[in-house]
Design a protein around this ligand. Structure first.
Ligand SMILES: [Zn+2]
Length: 554
C-alpha cells in the first residue's frame, strides 16, 4: 500500500497534474460570480495564477485562441481589444503595441497557460487572488456613467469592461429607480451626478455589495417616469432611457399617497406578438420589481416584490422562434413575490419598460427577424464530385451531407434559421456556394468536409478559417468536435479555400475526420458518430451565436 502511494505521488510530481496545487489546494477561477470549468488545472508561478488560455476568458466575454504553428496566443474581446502573447516571452502586444509583463506564458504539454492576473487586468477586469482559499476572483468593472438629455427624457450610458447583469427596482416615497449592476466593481469617479432634467434629479453611484460585486445606481426622480434598460449583447455597454410622464412636479409633491389598503396584486400576465414579442404584466398599483437572467436555457425572470398572484400559477405556451414559454407563479409567500419567467430559445436583446405609473410592466423582446443569425451549412462536394473516398468505398459527399442535415435539424429545432448550399446529392460549383448562402441572408457559414491523406495513419479533426472574424467560430467548433469525438485535434488553421476566403461573414471549413484512415472511415459510417459530430458542430455554432452579434450590414 505504502509503495503504491509513493508511486502515485511520483507520477503526480512528474506529470502535468501537479500544477493544480497551491499550498496543497487546487486553484479555482470564479468569473463574475460563476466558477469556471477550466480545460486543465491552474498552477502558481511567482505569484501569478497560470490558467489555460480558454474557458476562463470566454466567461469574461473574450475568446482565446492558440496558434500552434505560429506559437501565438490571441485573446480578443467584443470591444475589439486584442492581446497577443507567446510562450516564454514576457511581453504582450496590446492592439499591436508591445508591453512588458512580469511572467511569460508557458506551454504544458501542448497547452498554453497565461498569467491570469496580468491578462485579466489588461482586459479591464478587477482581479484578486484569495491565496488562502485558492480562488482567483475576476469581475467586470463599471468605469463611467454618462447622462445625456434627449428629447424624450434622459439617456444614461453605463460603460463596463466586461459582461454585466442589470437588476432594476422601483422604490416609492420618494420615487427612485434603482439599477443594480451585478458582478461589477465600481470604478466611477463621481459619487453623485446632478442631472435636473428628463424626470431625474440626480444619480447616486455606490459599491452596494462585494462578493459578489454589485454597483448600485440610484436615480432620484422628479416625477413619475417610464424607463427601459438595454443590455446590449454586442458591447459591454448598458443604456438606460428614462422618459418622464407628464409635466414635472416639485419634489415636495412627488408621489401620490400609495394605497396601502389593498394588497399588491398581479392581475394579468399576457403574451403579445406584433412587430416583436412582448410580455405584459398588469397590477392594481405600481410594482417594485427586479430582473434576473438565467442560462441553459436562457430565461428572463421578473420578480414583483410584495405581490400576490391570485391565479397562483399560469403557463402560456408560445413556441415561436424566440420564446418557448411564459410562466407566472406565486414564487414566494411571506414576503410575497410573484415571479414571471420568460423562457427563450436563445439569448435575444430585450428591454423592460414600466408604464401607467408603474402598474404595467412590459418585457419587450427583439424581433426574431431583425437581428437573428442565419446559419449557412455547406456540405462539400456532391453529385458528380464524390469528394474523398475511403479505403472501403465510403464517399465524403454522402457523409458530409448527412452530417449537415443532422446539424440543420438540431439548429432548426432550436429556432435558428438555417440555409443549405445543397440538401441533396447534387453537384454545386464551389464558386456558387458562398453566393447561395449570401443570397439567402446567411450571417455565418460552415463548410463541412472529411479529410484525406495518402498516409493511412493520418487522423484527427481540424478547422480552417481565413478572416479574423472567423477565428472564434473556428475555435469553438474545433473544441466541441475534439471533445465529442476524442480524436486527435489538429487544431485550427488558416487556409485560402475559396468558400471561406471572400466571405464578409464568419466562415469556417471543418474537416471532421480522415475518411482515408480505415479507423476513421469506420467511425464515419456510423449514424451514432455522425450524430455526435452534428451535435458538436451545432454546439460550437450556438456558443458563437450567443457571444457574437450579427455582423453589421447583415
Ligand atoms: Zn472535401
Amino acid at each position: 500500500m505504502g509503495f503504491v502511494r509513493v508511486f502515485i505521488l511520483v507520477i503526480v510530481l512528474l506529470g502535468t497534474a501537479f500544477p493544480g496545487l497551491a499550498q496543497g489546494r487546487t486553484i479555482s477561477v470564479v468569473v463574475n460570480g460563476q466558477p469556471v470549468r477550466l480545460e486543465a488545472p491552474p498552477f502558481l508561478l511567482s505569484g501569478q495564477v497560470m490558467i489555460p488560455a480558454g474557458a476562463a476568458f470566454e466567461a469574461f466575454g473574450a475568446a482565446a485562441t492558440w496558434f500552434a504553428e505560429k506559437q501565438a496566443i490571441v485573446i480578443s474581446n467584443r470591444t475589439g481589444l486584442t492581446l497577443t502573447l507567446r510562450p516564454n516571452e514576457p511581453v504582450v502586444l496590446v492592439n499591436g503595441e508591445q508591453r512588458a509583463i512580469p511572467i511569460a506564458p508557458v506551454l504544458r504539454g501542448d497547452r498554453p497557460f497565461v498569467p491570469a492576473q496580468v491578462v485579466f487586468s489588461l482586459l479591464g477586469a478587477w482581479v484578486k487572488f484569495e491565496e488562502r482559499e485558492g480562488v482567483l476572483h475576476v469581475a467586470s468593472q463599471v468605469l463611467g456613467v454618462s447622462p445625456e438629455q434627449i428629447p424624450e427624457g434622459l439617456r444614461l450610458i453605463v460603460d463596463a469592461t466586461g459582461p454585466v447583469q442589470v437588476q432594476t427596482q422601483r422604490l416609492s416615497n420618494p420615487e427612485r429607480l434603482v439599477l443594480d449592476l451585478v458582478n461589477a466593481a465600481n470604478r466611477v469617479q463621481e459619487r453623485e451626478i446632478n442631472v435636473q432634467g428628463g424626470g431625474v434629479l440626480r444619480i447616486r453611484i455606490s459599491q452596494f455589495q462585494v462578493k459578489p460585486y454589485i454597483t448600485r445606481m440610484v436615480l432620484d426622480l422628479a416625477q413619475p417616469v417610464t424607463f427601459q434598460v438595454t443590455n446590449a449583447i454586442d458591447t459591454f455597454r448598458i443604456v438606460v432611457e428614462v422618459n418622464p410622464l407628464g409635466p414635472a412636479t416639485p419634489p415636495s409633491s412627488l408621489s401620490p399617497a400609495p394605497d396601502f389598503s389593498a394588497a399588491l396584486k398581479v392581475n394579468e400576465v399576457r403574451y403579445e406578438e406584433g412587430k416583436g414579442s412582448r410580455v405584459v404584466i398588469s397590477a392594481n398599483r405600481a410594482m417594485p420589481y427586479t430582473i434576473s437572467e438565467f442560462v441553459f436555457p436562457h430565461r428572463i425572470a421578473v420578480d414583483i416584490q410584495g405581490a400576490i398572484f391570485p391565479p397562483v400559477r399560469q403557463v402560456i405556451s408560445v413556441k415561436n422562434q424566440v420564446v418557448t414559454y411564459v410562466r407566472a407563479a406565486q414564487f414566494m409567500t411571506n414576503p410575497e413575490i410573484t415571479r414571471i419567467v420568460v423562457t427563450l430559445r436563445r439569448k435575444v436583446p430585450y428591454v423592460v419598460r414600466s408604464e401607467a405609473g408603474g402598474t404595467r410592466l412590459i418585457v419587450e423582446l427583439e424581433q426574431a427577424t431583425t437581428r437573428s443569425h442565419v446559419v449557412a451549412l455547406d456540405p462539400g462536394h456532391g453529385g458528380k464530385d464524390p469528394g474523398a473516398i475511403g479505403p472501403t468505398g465510403l464517399k465524403e459527399a454522402e457523409v458530409v451531407l448527412d452530417i449537415a442535415l443532422r446539424t440543420r435539424d438540431l439548429l432548426t429545432r432550436d429556432g435558428v434559421k438555417v440555409v443549405m448550399t445543397r440538401d441533396r446529392d447534387v453537384f454545386v460549383e464551389v464558386v456558387d456556394r458562398p453566393r447561395i448562402a449570401r443570397e439567402q441572408g446567411a450571417t455565418i457559414y460552415i463548410s463541412i468536409h472529411a479529410n484525406a491523406s495518402v498516409t493511412a495513419s493520418v487522423s484527427g479533426s481540424e478547422t480552417y478559417y481565413n478572416t479574423p472574424q472567423s477565428l472564434a467560430l473556428a475555435q469553438m467548433i474545433q473544441e466541441e468536435l475534439t471533445r465529442a469525438l476524442g480524436l486527435p485535434s489538429r487544431g485550427i488553421k488558416t487556409a485560402n479555400f475559396y468558400v471561406i476566403r471572400d466571405n464578409t461573414i464568419p466562415s469556417v471549413l471543418v474537416e471532421v475526420a480522415f475518411i482515408s484512415s480505415p479507423a476513421e472511415e469506420k467511425l464515419l459510417r456510423s449514424p451514432e458518430v455522425r450524430q455526435k459530430i452534428a451535435i458538436a458542430i451545432y454546439k460550437g455554432i450556438l456558443r458563437f451565436l450567443e457571444v457574437y452579434p450579427v455582423p453589421a450590414g447583415h
